[in-house]
Write a protein that binds this ligand. Structure first.
Ligand code: CA
Ligand code: CA
Ligand code: CA
Length: 169
């Protein structure tokens, strides 16, 4: 089978969302990511930060489902992802950024960042928990700090997120 660079990129994006690797994206992938982040940073689910992260994860899931779950079965298949999410995200990356923002905001708070953002080391931990290979996570975390102040702040991570999922054909 010939796989184009485009298809490879789409497959990688799908895998990023399909955190448990069962072949579709659903609510469990988002709540699972929240749970893993809380465990990594020793934050209780019942704390304010923990609750904010779960609420952000649920909002992120609802936003994704609204874009991509065409048959309404609460699962996004790869086909729905390609035909729904990827096309819509490419057309309106800023809308996607807003869907992701509450989760990303809460994730930065869990990782210890106030308004000044999170250090590159803790950002690497976040990415690794979310399934990014450790070497790649390290370089990605450094790249996220676009203004080079040694911290990854909300705008930097929201913009990078939108960029990552905006896959050119
Ligand atoms: Ca899944
Ligand atoms: Ca579906
Ligand atoms: Ca920065």
């Amino acid at each position: 089978m010939v796989t184009s660079e485009y298809e490879r990129r789409i497959a990688a994006r799908f895998a990023t969302f399909d955190q448990d690797g069962n072949g579709y994206i659903d609510r469990e992938d988002f709540s699972g990511a929240a749970k893993a982040l809380l465990a990594e940073f020793g934050t209780a689910a019942r704390s304010d930060r923990g609750q904010a992260l779960y609420i952000g994860a649920e909002a992120f899931w609802q936003g994704m489902a609204g874009i991509a779950d065409r048959d309404g079965d609460q699962r996004i298949t790869r086909e729905e992802f390609v035909n729904g999410a990827v096309k819509r995200l490419r057309d309106t990356p800023e809308r996607f950024a807003e869907i992701a923002r509450p989760f990303l905001h809460a994730a930065l708070a869990v990782a210890g960042g106030g308004d000044g953002g999170v250090g590159v080391e803790d950002t690497t931990r976040v990415l690794t928990v979310l399934g990014v290979d450790e070497d790649l996570a390290r370089s990605a975390a450094a790249a996220l700090d676009t203004d080079g102040d040694g911290r990854v702040d909300e705008e930097e991570i929201v913009r990078a997120f939108a960029r990552y999922f905006t896959v050119p054909e």
